[in-house]
Ligand binder design. Structure first.
Ligand code: ZN
Ligand code: ZN
Length: 270
């Protein structure tokens, strides 16, 4: 057994970003359990897409199903051994609707809430590359980072999902991005919000993780809590590329990761 193998086996791995048929995942939550245990995970959490105050799109959970979703996961949890099941959501940040979103979310018995920016205006930045055509890429990146910072500062969220999703189609701004990542990391630290290394970027046109690995050292320097998430939309992708992600984080200098229960964060060493 190599040393590295031993270290990877020892890590208390979690995967808090997964989608089932309650939103746009391919399988029911039950189908994710066995592959998660096989992947060596100690906790998994479902984080269905919820976009309040926008027209319901097919990738989103209908808000009317929220109680059903929560009680379904409760029964899955009660019938599962060997792995902890957490209840989360991936909620879109909608500027100007912060109070309404808080009122909707705060009574819910959730373990964590991932806040994500998919919408820039009326369109989502990950729907197709045509969104970027003919646009000023520097301005798009600036707007995206501004909105993510507003999401962080809203206090609505425990984790920020794919914090630089705007990279998805590989468009590269000409400006220096370092100050944007620095400002984002400082804002996360100030508001006590974690970021995720989202390994699903590897399956998208970008073909790499979010956030940009060149700037991970900034999140480390600013002492922002981290977790590693797959954003799996099918059981086969649970925990995908996690060994590489943890190795990368360890190389940068991270030594602990965030775990969540009932919206309380704890740090565990890895
Ligand atoms: Zn997302
Ligand atoms: Zn997601």
């Amino acid at each position: 057994m190599s040393n590295l193998y031993f270290l990877q086996e020892m890590i208390y791995k979690t995967d808090y970003h997964m989608h089932s048929t309650f939103s746009d995942g391919r399988s029911v939550p039950e189908d994710y359990i066995a592959p998660a245990i096989a992947a060596g995970l100690k906790e998994i959490g479902f984080s269905e897409h919820l976009t309040l105050f926008k027209e319901l799109e097919d990738w989103n959970m209908n808000p009317e199903n929220i109680s059903l979703y929560i009680s379904h996961l409760e029964s899955v949890r009660n019938n599962t051994n060997h792995i902890k099941i957490r209840t989360g959501l991936e909620v879109d940040f909608i500027q100007g609707k912060e109070n309404e979103i808080r009122d909707f979310l705060s009574p819910l018995p959730l373990d964590y809430i991932i806040g994500s920016v998919h919408y820039l205006g009326e369109r989502t930045v990950d729907f197709g590359p045509e969104f970027y055509e003919g646009k000023n890429i520097n301005k798009l990146f600036e707007s995206y980072f501004d909105l993510v910072c507003d999401a962080v500062a809203s206090g609505l969220f425990d984790i920020i999902g794919h914090c630089d999703l705007i990279r998805i189609y590989g468009y590269k701004p000409s400006m220096d991005l370092e100050p944007h990542y620095r400002n984002l990391a400082k804002t996360m630290k100030k508001h006590d919000v974690a970021f995720e290394v989202n390994t699903n970027g590897r399956n998208r046109p970008l073909a790499d993780f979010y956030p940009d690995r060149r700037f991970l050292n900034i999140f480390h320097a600013e002492n922002v809590p981290v977790c590693v998430n797959s954003d799996a939309h099918m059981p086969a992708r649970i925990g995908q590329y996690f060994d590489e992600a943890y190795e990368l984080l360890r190389y940068i200098g991270f030594t602990e990761m965030a775990v969540f229960e009932k919206r309380i964060r704890k740090m565990v060493p890895f």
